[in-house]
Design a protein around this ligand. Sequence first.
Ligand SMILES: Nc1ncnc2c1ncn2[C@@H]1O[C@H](COP(=O)(O)OP(=O)(O)O)[C@@H](O)[C@H]1O
Ligand SMILES: [Mg+2]
Length: 259
Amino acid sequence: MMSHESTDARAGDTLVTLEGITKSFGAVQSLRGVDLRLGAGEVLGLVGDNGAGKSTLMKVLAGAIRHDAGSITVGGRQVRFHSPADARSEHIGIVYQDLALCDTLDVASNLFLGREPRRGPFVDRGEMHRQAAEMLSTLHVRVRSTHQEIGELSGGQRQAVAIARAVSFQPKVLILDEPTAALAVAEVRQVLRMIREVAARGVGVILITHRLQDLFEVCDRITVMYEGRSVEDAAIADLDIETLVGMITRSNTTTEEAA
Ligand SMILES: Nc1ncnc2c1ncn2[C@@H]1O[C@H](COP(=O)(O)OP(=O)(O)O)[C@@H](O)[C@H]1O
Ligand SMILES: [Mg+2]
């Protein structure tokens, strides 16, 4: 049995397995049985129509929502998350759709919010900006200055800072919920490049996106959700856009279903 502390996971080693996850909010059954597997160094695209349950599922995996039934296995051990801190301690990081950055603080302060380097009782601002610049440069993120306020940045730069912050917690699993939804083309490229770089370090990345063309650029595999269920799991190399659209909308019945 492999220890979950193992840090030298080979590409493809299973990081996370979700089985039969269900979740209801009152009368609304958002998740009706979802299976998902993520390997080290893998980029998994999580796709499905609006309301399919993608964000809810990722909130379960990030410890923000408690599921009703089903199991979460991380590094070979079954876990139960009661809070986001529980998921973080299993090295699961998430960047939510609405980023949760603080607009009135500068780039460095956002990167270090709540864990600023200190000298005695004071925040060591020089050290914080030095480390912030280093964090951004290792991910090839360009901002004019780490002293810029987040509110002054472009959507792509804000997204990049939010991802850099999540990466700085050294996750083994990184969840990105619609990171490119509101971005210009060049900014999308930048975010996709970051995803590839993070995965190349061995991190398993789960990417939720409606931009199907992006999936073909960065993903190894996709899981398709439909009305609260996982309905397909396929290597991206075996798919084309048309097939993928068919899977998402369930407009093409598969041969098994037709039989
Ligand atoms: N906190 C909540 N309370 C009630 N219903 C919710 C809540 N969160 C999500 N839902 C419902 O669960 C379903 C799945 O939503 P969501 O996970 O956001 O889908 P997706 O991210 O795939 O668009 C939707 O019908 C949504 O309205
Ligand atoms: Mg969503």
